[in-house]
Design a protein around this ligand. Structure first.
Ligand code: ZN
Length: 559
């Protein structure tokens, strides 16, 4: 693509172009932004380059020589990049005789191997993500080994566009992010969104109590000192919001762990007390770059379904098996049946002793094996404080989303000098598990919206039933119906606006309310309701009691 762009606009400078999930991008320094028409023109030039089947060859050039080479070709960004490369020899790729680029590779052997590709969009991006640096033109594209795979991917993208949670959130009046007036990445839940979230929170609290967790609550602001003990001040500072109170540093909490540790440390703990499981719907704030914020999926303020489990080292396997069961049960309840598991092991930079790492990693493996689960191993991809298991869910259109995580931690118990009294009366150090089932409520709600395209199962739907009286004569009975459904815990709205019946039925369907009940003369006389499903299916007339029983069963079954 870079070669094609420079063929068409020789003055365009190349900068950086990495592979990303599902494709690639390349940033160009070019005055005029690329139009959609330009993208089609670039695609045609790319097809010609592919047709020529030009070899792509790697070679190495001494740094100084490479700097001079790119300076001579007016590629100032490449010169700057070479300055940041520590190696004496820099890697360069040459495509045929026509195009040379600084790249560490690897590349395909020749352009003819490139089959299905498409350029998808253009966006502005600052050089090195720095707003004080020049604005570049970023072209996003994707490539596959066959046209068929590309077509399938494009179809999925089209479907994803229809399910965009930001669009559906407006349609269902769920939430809003007021970038301009209130701040980027900060979510305002409207009544429907708040109801959806409350339903999820109630479910989570009840489930955690059932699974042997204790609920805790910790403050949202904590002294800077605490984050020095935890190591976050050193390793995570650029993501934390600092402010001063009486000349002392305070931090808006970016994580819940230190708070839970302080609760653990409030008493002497015995080996008999462990595992201790603390659960909090903990709201945290993290400074994320404006460029990566995206609806509910990447935000600056969010609530984690966060638990910390303190245990003896020999309890890791058993406890991880319990957490895995909990994840599967929870995901099944939310309608996700296809989970993918990854185990990440000791990275190059790590804290703690290798034997502890080995034991913990073995315990995680044994737990996964005991559950007969398939998983991928990401060697060296663990957190610096311990190995971890990540769980990803597959949504209705086959996309993977990160949800649960189970992380072993030897470091925080050490830093906070946590103890318990062991069987022989000696002080021993507990291991800590950080775990979340959903990840963050914001991100999970975004995932749910896209998975269901807004058609939530009844138990999650913010409004479960719309009651529509045909005329004003039917309002009294409609109110009675509302009362008895509400009494049964069903979420009801009455639409008695002076609009046509068909318009009100249509609107209830657009707002994805699972049930509509229509009340006219016949229904009032028979003391019944006419029931329709969101998809238009007519269930006919029934007594309010029968409808209530049906709804309650469906809510219990979470379907
Ligand atoms: Zn934690």
């Amino acid at each position: 693509m870079a070669q094609a762009v420079q063929e068409l606009w020789p003055e365009a400078k190349v900068t950086i172009g990495p592979a990303i999930d599902n494709g690639f991008y390349y940033d160009f320094d070019k005055k005029e932004p690329f139009s959609d028409e330009d993208l089609r023109r670039i695609e045609k030039a790319m097809a010609r380059i592919v047709q020529k089947n030009l070899p792509m060859k790697q070679f190495f050039m001494p740094r100084q020589e490479a700097k001079k080479y790119f300076a001579d070709h007016n590629e100032t960004y490449k010169v700057e990049l070479i300055e940041g490369i520590p190696d004496e020899q820099v890697s360069i790729y040459k495509t045929g005789e026509e195009f040379t680029d600084l790249c560490k590779g690897p590349h395909v052997a020749s352009t003819g191997l490139i089959k299905g590709f498409k350029l998808l969009s253009v966006a502005g991006a600052y050089w090195r993500g720095d707003e004080s640096k020049p604005m570049l033109q970023r072209i996003y594209g994707t490539a596959f080994f066959s046209q068929k795979e590309l077509d399938e991917y494009l179809k999925m993208l089209e479907e994803a566009g229809k399910r965009d949670h930001r669009k559906i959130a407006t349609q269902l009046d769920l939430f809003h992010i007021y970038h301009e007036t209130a701040g980027a990445g900060l979510v305002f839940y409207h009544p429907n969104g708040a109801m959806l979230r409350k339903t999820i929170e109630d479910y989570l609290r009840a489930q955690h109590l059932k699974h042997g967790y204790q609920l805790v609550m910790t403050p949202n602001i904590l002294k800077g000192k605490l984050w020095e003990i935890s190591g976050h001040a050193e390793n995570y500072r650029e993501n934390m919001y600092y402010f001063k109170v009486d000349d002392e540093d305070y931090v808006v909490k970016p994580m819940n762990c230190p708070g839970h540790i302080l609760i653990y440390k409030s008493q002497t703990r015995s080996y008999r007390d462990l595992p201790i499981r603390y659960f909090e719907l903990g709201t945290v704030y993290r400074q994320e770059k404006a460029g990566v914020l995206h609806g509910l999926l990447r935000v600056r303020g969010f609530t984690q379904d966060d638990a910390h489990i303190f245990l003896r080292p020999e309890q890791i396997k058993q406890e991880v098996m319990r957490v895995i069961d909990f994840v599967f049960e929870t995901m099944n309840d939310f309608g996700f049946h296809d989970l993918h598991i990854e185990l990440s092991t000791r990275p190059e930079k790590f804290m703690g002793a290798i034997p502890d790492w080995d034991k913990a990693t073995a315990a995680l493996k044994e737990a996964l094996d005991a559950k007969a689960l398939k998983y991928d191993i990401n060697e060296g991809d663990g957190a610096f404080y311990g190995p971890k298991i990540d769980i990803k869910l597959k949504d209705a259109i086959g996309r993977q989303w990160q949800c649960g995580t189970i992380q072993c931690d030897f470091q925080l118990p050490e830093r906070f000098e946590m103890n318990y009294v062991d069987e022989s009366g000696n002080q021993a150090r507990p291991v800590m598990l950080h775990r979340a089932l959903l990840g963050s409520l914001e991100r999970f709600i975004g995932t749910l919206i896209e998975h269901y395209a807004g058609n939530f199962p009844l138990w999650l739907a913010p409004n479960q039933v719309a009651v529509i009286p045909i005329k004003s004569d039917h309002q009294a009975f409609a109110e009675k119906v509302r009362g008895s459904l509400q009494q049964a815990g069903i979420r009801v709205v009455v639409d008695d606006r002076n609009e046509s019946l068909s318009k009100r039925i249509r609107e209830a369907s657009v707002r994805k309310i699972p049930y509509s009940i229509i009340i006219g003369d016949k229904e009032v006389q028979a003391s019944q309701v006419a029931v329709r499903l969101q998809n238009g299916t007519d269930l006919g007339s029934m007594a309010v009691d029968s409808l209530t029983a049906r709804l309650k069963q469906q809510i219990v079954d979470k379907i």
